[in-house]
Every structure is written in C-alpha cells, then in structure tokens.
Design a protein around this ligand. Sequence first.
Ligand SMILES: Nc1nc2c(ncn2[C@@H]2O[C@H](COP(=O)(O)OP(=O)(O)OP(=O)(O)O)[C@@H](O)[C@H]2O)c(=O)[nH]1
Ligand SMILES: C=C(OP(=O)(O)O)C(=O)O
Length: 297
Amino acid sequence: MDSHGPVVQPAPDADPGVRATGVTAVVPLRDGVSGKSRLASVLDDDARRALITVLAQHVVGTLLATPQVDGVVVVTADAPFARSALGELSDVGHLAFLAQPTDRPGLNAALDAAREAIGSRLPETAPGGIDVAPGGAPTPHALLVAHADLPALTPGDITDLVMPAAGHASRRRPERPATRHPAGRASSDPADRPAPASGGDAPSGRPHAADVVIATDRMGQGTNLLLLRPGAEHEFRFRFGPASRAAHEAEAARLGLRAVTISSPGTAVDLDTVDDWNELPAAVRSAVGRYARFPSP
Ligand SMILES: Nc1nc2c(ncn2[C@@H]2O[C@H](COP(=O)(O)OP(=O)(O)OP(=O)(O)O)[C@@H](O)[C@H]2O)c(=O)[nH]1
Ligand SMILES: C=C(OP(=O)(O)O)C(=O)O
C-alpha cells in the first residue's frame, strides 16, 4: 500500500469523455484530534488520528480518481493537519484546502463556507481561502458533499451517483466480491447503478435526473454523500446531523426539488462506531486495520 492509504483505482470502464455535468466535490474534515470521538473508548488519540488520516486519504483519492469529478475542496478546521494528511494527493488531481472560518463552527457552517468559496471562485491568493484552484470548472456545475469517513467508497460508486440515471429504478445485481482491493469494485455498468432507497419514481425505462441525490448510511438515517445538481446548489440548506436523510428529503420538498435517496455498499458504509467497524466488509476492515488497530471483537 502506498502513502496515500488504501489504493484507489479509477473506474476501469468509465468513459472520461462522458459527463453528466461537471462536479465539484466538497469534503468536510474537522481535524485530526477531536474527530471520531465515538471511537475514543477503543482507539487512543494517535490511533484515531491515524484512522481519520487514512479514511480521508481514501475518500479524497477516490473522488480525484472519478472521471466526473473536476476538483475536490477540503473544508477543514485544521488546515495544517489536512495539508499534511492529504497534500500529496494534489499530484493526482485538482485539490484545494479551505480553512473554515473560526466564527462559523460546525459541519453545516463549514459546508456553507465551502459553497460560498466555490461560488465566488476565490483567487488562489485569497486570504484564508482556497490555495489551490480546483480547476477550470465549467458551468453548470454540481456540488457533491462527501464525508471523509467512507472506507468502502469507489470511483464507480461516485460515477453511479452523479450520472443522470442515479436514483432511476434499476435492477441491482448482487454485489461483486471484492477483487484486489475494496476500491477495485468500480463499475459504470448501468445495471450496477445504486438502487433508490426511496423517491426514485422515474418513469420506467427512462432515466431521470433528480435535482438532489442523497446517499444514505447503512441504517437509512443519515446522509453520507449529497449531490446538488445545478439549480439546486445555491438555496439548499445543509441539514447534516441526526436524521439528516429525512431532513434533506424535507429540504428538497420545501424547495420543490426532486430528490432521490440511494444506497449502495460503497456509499452506505461509514465508520463512526465499533458497530460500524464490526459491520465492515472483511476486505475493507483488513485494509483499514493496517492503519488503526481495533481490538478484536
Ligand atoms: N470542517 C468540518 N468538518 C466536520 C465538522 N464536524 C464534522 N466534520 C466532518 O464531517 C464528516 C462527518 O463527521 P461526523 O461523523 O459527524 O463526525 P466524526 O468526527 O467523524 O465523528 P464523531 O466525533 O464520532 O462525531 C467527517 O468527514 C468529519 O470530519 C466540523 O465542525 N467542521
Ligand atoms: C453527520 C452525519 O453523519 P454521522 O455523524 O453519522 O457521520 C449525517 O448523516 O448527517
């Protein structure tokens, strides 16, 4: 394994020339100290820091390896930590770091700050702002929020989520067994597109692009990734936190936007608790476990 943590392979069968729309990804990353507090009973500070690092490397590397993603902005309360954890990935693609304003604490405020920075296209030299331009983003542009703790996420999952057919009622094949690495499960086969968890009521046989795509967690309660297509990306209020899936569905309804909620193994698996750890696919647990030693169950 290289210094970027779990290896990320580009989706092998994705056509880089095919774009639903340009996508700018935003990854919130609190810091390397206070995060993963729900694992504090089993992991000490150093182990949690290592875990936060390897998970963030995996998510950001996966986004950068996804053909539809033009750039990634990491919004963080701890820029030195984020740069040291992720800076090397700048070689892979357009990666920017945005320091979260100290007077705007919290996850939703961090995302608001990132959205504003992207919208105003801060110059590279903007004080406290983006220090690496996320790339010549064409308009219209979609905004994809992805949490930094999704160890089974693959480029294929992201392609499936951002392509216009995401949320269209599809026949889901059984998950393929993990190949060389959990991130190697990528596919752009339409039949592998994530099944809608709810709200996907597009006419049969015709893909329909939702304005808002919510990738929920394995309990069906939270939001691990959130796509706002052009037209939805400005007004939508981020409602991350407890029961955010329902809150985001309600927010879309409030704005008269069409939303779909999807779930696939790679998007649903986050790592917040010991239960999450025990539920990880074995290959993913083994890859992550090389960086953060969890006690045996
Ligand atoms: N920039 C920023 N990111 C945050 C903040 N709070 C959470 N995040 C990030 O948002 C994502 C989801 O975070 P949570 O699962 O709620 O928190 P966590 O730190 O991973 O875990 P817990 O401490 O157990 O809640 C992760 O990528 C976090 O790093 C915040 O206040 N600012
Ligand atoms: C913040 C969220 O998730 P979690 O804290 O469970 O990672 C969420 O699902 O909105």
